[in-house]
Design a protein around this ligand. Structure first.
Ligand SMILES: NC(=O)c1ccc[n+]([C@@H]2O[C@H](COP(=O)([O-])OP(=O)(O)OC[C@H]3O[C@@H](n4cnc5c(N)ncnc54)[C@H](O)[C@@H]3O)[C@@H](O)[C@H]2O)c1
Length: 334
């Protein structure tokens, strides 16, 4: 299939584009580079720079591309920022996705894989299943939930086939068969726990900050489920196959079913790096739920998804390989 990958110069999108290519598909990456990196786009993919909110540019793209499916990663992703600037998130995530969906409908492209998030759920003390109550703690999570609802209506009214994949915490780096890192996380600003921890032993930060120690969890820090970016990528390949086989509305969690507190992540990062870096406890930031851990039983049962890298030590070791080899990431910070 020929797949349009929006946001394919970003962290998860670029890894997934590489997986689509390896599975024998043709890939066109469409990214404004507002956050992404040209160097992250895998060799073998076509690249078009443009904005998902630009309907005229999308018309040209769809006319030229003859796409069979779209994998839509392009979004703003910082939950904290979304609480300060909600409009920025509703516009780029929700409004621009609607512009993309309408372009798809105009050009007869009816298969979509959408990057949703664990942030659509209300916090729960046990692994979340897809039918659990929804209740985003952040504007960011709300934007993803609004899009999921929109997809349901485009399915009913316009025949859209879609898979909404609710990633838990994406992490880790892609390594080549010799173990050399080939792409990894490079966000500006960085807000994700593992790269923030690894930047301390690299000398890029003074300390690792824990935001909030009074959450309703055993050690008081937030608990999350960390899933390797390559395992997310492989799930997209399976979802694409399922869409090709006529499946229509799929909603799947993607996580490992095991939660780690922020303190535990810091401890494992210290073990992996061998550096006993300083950890500072500070106040909560808005928009964080107590605990989000996935049951991914549904996608395992229905599509046969099995994570290859479920172990957090392995995940952090791959991230460390990337960050220590490329302390400045792709080196093109805007
Ligand atoms: N990283 C995670 O832990 C995580 C967890 C859950 C869900 N997600 C979702 O997965 C997707 C990818 O996340 P990521 O970590 O790779 O983010 P990222 O910021 O690395 O990648 C997003 C990409 O989208 C591009 N982009 C943003 N707005 C655009 C627009 N209007 N037009 C064109 N390109 C645009 C950016 O330039 C960037 O390359 C996002 O939709 C995010 O919400 C990520």
């Amino acid at each position: 299939m020929h797949i349009l990958v929006t946001g394919g110069a970003g962290y998860v999108g670029s890894a997934t584009a590489a997986y689509f290519l390896a599975a024998g598909h043709r890939v066109t990456v469409y990214d404004s580079l507002v956050k992404g990196h040209r160097a992250a786009v895998p060799e073998g993919a076509d690249f078009v720079q443009g904005d998902v909110g630009d309907a005229a540019a999308l018309d040209v793209l769809f006319q030229m591309g003859q796409f069979d499916a779209v994998a839509h990663f392009a979004a703003f992703i910082e939950a904290g920022e979304s609480m300060q600037q909600p409009g920025k998130y509703f516009r780029n995530n929700v409004a621009n996705t609607q512009i993309l969906l309408d372009a798809m409908m105009r050009h007869g492209v009816r298969r979509l894989i959408f990057s949703s998030t664990a942030g659509v759920y209300a916090s729960k003390d046990a692994p979340l299943v897809e039918d659990d109550p929804l209740g985003p703690a952040s504007v960011y999570g709300e934007t993803k939930l609004m899009i999921e609802r929109m997809l349901q209506w485009y399915h009913r009214q316009m025949g859209l086939q879609y898979a909404a994949l609710r990633y838990f915490n994406a992490c880790g780096a892609m390594l080549d068969p010799e173990g050399k890192p080939i792409r990894g996380e490079d966000h500006h600003p960085e807000t994700h726990v593992i790269p923030l921890a690894l930047q301390v032993p690299l000398g890029k930060r003074d300390a690792f900050y824990i935001f909030g120690t009074d959450y309703r969890t055993p050690d008081g820090t937030c608990i999350r489920d960390y899933v390797h970016v390559e395992d997310l990528a492989s799930a997209h390949v399976l979802a694409l196959e399922a869409l090709g086989n006529g499946r229509a509305c799929m909603i799947y969690n993607l996580g490992n079913g095991r939660g780690y507190s922020v303190r535990q992540v810091a401890d494992i990062a210290r073990q992996v790096t061998g550096v006993d870096f300083p950890v500072v406890e500070t106040d909560r930031r808005p928009g964080d739920a107590d605990m989000l851990v996935a049951s991914s039983e549904r996608i395992s049962r229905e599509l046969g998804w099995e994570p290859r890298y479920p172990d957090l030590h392995t995940i952090i070791a791959s991230a460390w390989a990337w960050h220590s080899a490329y302390p400045d990431g792709y080196g093109d910070q805007p």
